[in-house]
Design a protein around this ligand. Structure first.
Ligand code: FAD
Length: 387
């Protein structure tokens, strides 16, 4: 196993880091607090080609390797995790279209999505079904050459910005098991009957909207059935979530890195009892724990990403990375708050934002309890994880 990033990956990380230092970190806390739309940052993301990370070059994307993909989320989340959300479900859906779409769908949609001219997200969760996606109630009834779609999706990141939204539906409500009757429709958000509700209030993850999407008799041409064959939706979504979990693991590493950086700097400059608090063993132990667990999370994330680059299915490895790294991020943000004392609780410092952003990493792209069942099932089925 090679633990070194390639020269190209190191250059890429350097460019990302410069961008984050210059364009994101100086504005993150203020824009987060005021709820300002980070439009200038979105324009930079477009210019850097980051809306096309998972789109093949032939359709105008970057065809990025998965380790570099992880670096993007890690570096951006180090500055402001919410900004990583703008790219997350967008690139997941581009990946699904690139891997499962028809040639016509790829040619029609991917170039505009890769440039950021069109935006997207992913519509899976419903008010009554999140983990249990086979329990969704959104239906698509075939009516001539169109589907009529009815249902409600919730917590949809980037919903208001999306030009086209891949939505998980039931094309056959009688199918057993239910996933055999599930499909993904690439729904044009301008379609009559497609409406985006209010932004849902949330603890953190500001900078990108999370909304309810209501679908009332939305007419969707059959040409917008992802891949052109019904009944493959669950499979398509699960394969997309695999890379989504690498993205969440990497964001978690970014959050933990930010917690460590702030803590180390603070511990060196804050004095108590006539010396920097970094000289107290209690503080040193916390710094050592954060750094050690952070590095383990990072290596596990790159490991899962590099296996994906080798063309393997990595549900278990991405699940391990996502589960471990997100717990590390949660712990790191809390330990960082302890190191900062009262200032850790203050909106003047970055720690309280990290503390609010970190828990989502244990929920998004499958909760950590589900990750553990994914890992266990793969192990029981005979997957070998030591490579
Ligand atoms: C800020 C934010 C942004 C989001 N963005 C999107 C998005 O863009 N698109 C989208 O489709 N969704 C999105 N989601 C939804 C997210 O994916 C779901 O919240 C998540 O999958 C969990 O589903 P749930 O909330 O319905 O919880 P539930 O499924 O109701 O789970 C509740 C609890 O029960 C546990 N549980 C459930 N089933 C089992 C089981 N079989 N075994 C053990 N434990 C179980 C869970 O682990 C959890 O602890 C977002 C959520 C948030 C908070």
């Amino acid at each position: 196993m090679d633990f070194q990033l390639s020269e190209q990956q190191q250059d890429f990380r350097r460019a990302l880091r410069e961008f984050v230092e210059k364009e994101i970190i100086p504005v993150a806390s203020e824009w987060e607090r005021s709820g300002r739309d980070p439009i200038e940052i979105v324009e930079h993301l477009k210019a850097m080609g980051l809306f096309g990370m998972t789109t093949p070059e032939e359709f105008g994307g970057l065809s990025l390797d998965m380790v570099s993909f992880a670096l993007v989320y890690e570096e951006i989340a180090r500055g402001w995790m919410g900004i990583a959300g703008i790219l997350g479900s967008h690139n997941l859906s581009c990946w699904m279209i690139a891997h499962h779409g028809t040639e016509e769908q790829k040619t029609r949609l991917l170039p505009s999505l890769a440039s950021g001219k069109f935006r997207t997200g992913i519509g899976l969760t419903e008010p009554n079904a999140g983990t249990d996606l086979q329990g969704i109630g959104t239906t698509a009834r075939l009516d001539g050459d169109h589907y009529l779609v009815n249902g409600t999706k919730t917590w949809i990141t980037n919903a208001r910005s999306a030009d086209v939204l891949p939505v998980l539906v039931k094309t056959d409500t009688e199918a057993t098991p239910p996933h055999r009757g599930m499909s993904v429709l690439l729904i044009d958000s301008k379609s009559p009957g497609f409406s985006v509700g209010r932004d849902l209030g949330k603890l953190g993850y500001k900078g990108t909207e999370s909304c309810e999407v209501v679908l009332e008799n939305v007419s969707v041409p059959v040409s917008d059935l992802l891949g052109g064959i019904e009944g493959r939706g669950m499979q398509q979504v699960l394969s997309g979530l695999e890379i989504g979990r690498i993205n969440i693991a990497a964001r978690s590493v970014g959050i933990a890195q930010a917690a460590f950086d702030a803590s180390l700097a603070y511990a060196k400059q804050r004095t108590a009892f006539g010396k920097p608090i970094a000289e107290f063993q209690a503080i040193q132990l916390k710094l050592a724990d954060i750094a050690t667990e952070l590095q383990a999370a990072r290596l596990m994330t790159y490991w899962a990403a590099s296996l994906a680059d080798a063309g393997d299915r990595v549900d278990m490895q991405a699940g391990m990375a996502k589960y471990f790294a997100s717990e590390v991020a949660i712990k790191a943000s809390l330990e960082a708050m302890r190191i900062h004392g009262g200032y850790g609780y203050s909106t003047e410092y970055v720690i309280e934002r990290l503390y609010r952003d970190a828990p989502l990493m244990s929920i998004g792209e499958g909760t950590n309890d589900i990750m553990r069942t994914v890992i266990a099932k793969a192990l029981i089925a005979g997957s070998a994880f030591v490579r």
